[in-house]
Design a protein around this ligand. Structure first.
Ligand code: UD1
Length: 419
């Protein structure tokens, strides 16, 4: 298994390009199930989660054209025959449940393994199931699988108790072929939800209100395949912004979706970091001392939970005290104990972490626990004195495309080595 080895202390300087957003690609791949001809998705990053979803689609009977170097993904779902997503696949990636909505919508039935727990919390899919039930689906849960049957889904008014990203996407994917109008209330506002709605509309769906908390979907009988370019990854962009800020760097982040990152921009500016929009991207210039700031994660457009671990690494070397509150997932502080091994002064009480900035972190052997935690350990390694080794980086490869190559090009002393 590979690990990442970093010799800390280098400033990051230069230009880095942001890849396509993983969390936008996955629902688009699920949308390919709604039409039987070739769907083309461009600007697709090379990531493990995307490979997992490809394997799932192939398991269902889809054809996937060979990889192209420019990140074009072509999917044809004409021959999908067995609408079943097995445990082996769903357990490695929760987002596999995104096939539930389109499968039941097109094939009148679906059998998808329940994802179970994951490192950052319980993460149920009860709201996906409740919404499908309200649309008239018959649902049973047996032997760890959710089995859904519906001759024809019916439009319904669905209120989601919690704004859920994949829940909103799943129900939208189910509702495009439903009989009548579906109204999703308290929907997630994330840009990836809007990207999916825009794409479905180009395929012939009638969806209005994506990006607001009420989405209205008029069912249609047929969709046509389209070519779609994936939006840039706001979390990857945000990770590079924090990397530049922490290392007193001067990095131009090309294709940075600045307008999706207001909450992070505001926080970075409060720390004393210069963040400026320039033609084609954003320049981030870091300065020390880093002013400590309080951060609370909130669904979009609030501060993203997917950036919480990275901002914590930055606060670990802040000049004062920072309170970081995680409101989205109940157990998303797995990176704390690893940061503590580097000398960070952090105490956790329930959903709050109190970070007292220290003058220096020291390199250490570390274990990545989940995707964004891995990124935070790498960021900490960039500023630590001495050598940091991050193992279990398969988590990192789920969501960051060649992060070590990109950081190296900015001047980091970082290598991927075989363990
Ligand atoms: C998506 C993102 C993930 C991000 C998260 C929150 C994808 C593929 N993944 O995950 O990177 O961290 O949004 O921004 O887009 N919940 C329920 N019942 C449900 C569904 C969710 O209680 O049926 C709860 C969850 O436990 C969590 C909250 O709702 O507390 C938000 O989760 P959700 O938005 O569903 O996260 P994902 O869509 O899984």
């Amino acid at each position: 298994m590979d690990k990442i080895v970093i010799e800390g202390g280098n400033r990051l300087v230069g230009e880095v390009a942001v890849s396509g957003a993983k969390n936008a690609v996955l629902p688009l791949m699920a949308a390919a199930l709604l039409t039987s001809d070739w769907t083309t998705i461009t600007n697709v990053p090379k990531l493990r989660d995307i490979d997992t979803f490809k394997k799932l689609l192939v398991h269902l009977g889809a054809e996937i054209a060979p990889d192209t170097p420019d990140g074009t993904l072509k999917i044809r779902t004409r021959d999908v025959a067995a609408p079943e997503a097995p445990y082996d696949m769903v357990k490695t990636m929760r987002a596999s449940v995104l096939v539930l909505g389109p499968l039941v919508s097109r094939f009148k039935r679906a059998r998808v393994s329940l994802p179970g727990g994951c490192a950052i919390g319980a993460r149920p899919i009860d709201l996906h199931i409740k919404g499908l039930r309200q649309m008239g689906a018959e649902i049973t849960i047996e032997s760890g699988y959710v089995e859904v049957r519906a001759e024809r889904l019916k439009g319904a008014k669905i209120y989601m108790d919690t704004a859920t990203v994949t829940g909103t996407e799943n129900l939208m994917l189910a509702a495009v072929h439903a009989d009548g109008t579906t109204i999703l209330e308290n929907s997630a506002l994330e840009p990836e939800v809007v990207c999916l709605a825009d794409t479905l509309n180009r395929m012939g769906a009638h969806i209005v209100g994506a990006g607001t908390d009420t989405i209205r979907i008029e069912g249609v009988t047929e969709l046509r395949p389209v070519e779609v370019r994936v939006i840039p990854d706001r979390i990857e962009a945000g990770t590079f912004m924090v990397a530049s800020a922490m290392t007193r760097g001067n990095v131009f982040i090309k294709d940075c979706p600045y307008h999706y990152l207001d909450a992070l921009n505001t926080k970075l500016k409060e720390t004393g970091t210069e963040v400026t929009e320039e033609d084609g991207g954003v320049r981030v210039i870091g300065d020390w001392p880093i002013r400590s700031v309080d951060v609370k994660t909130i669904p979009y457009p609030g501060f993203p939970t997917d950036m919480q671990a990275q901002i914590m690494a930055m606060m670990a070397i802040g000049s004062g005290l920072s309170v970081i509150t995680e409101t989205v997932f109940e157990n998303r502080f797995m990176h704390v104990s690893e940061l503590q091994r580097m000398g960070a002064n952090i105490t956790v009480d329930g959903r709050c972490a109190v970070v007292r900035g220290v003058k220096r972190l020291s390199g250490a052997p570390l274990m990545a626990t989940d995707l964004r935690a891995s990124a935070s350990l790498i960021l900490a390694g960039l500023v630590a004195e001495g050598k940091t080794e991050v193992s279990r980086i398969y988590h990192l490869d789920r969501g960051y495309e060649r992060i070590e190559t990109k950081l190296k090009a900015l001047g980091a002393n970082i290598e991927r080595v075989k363990e």
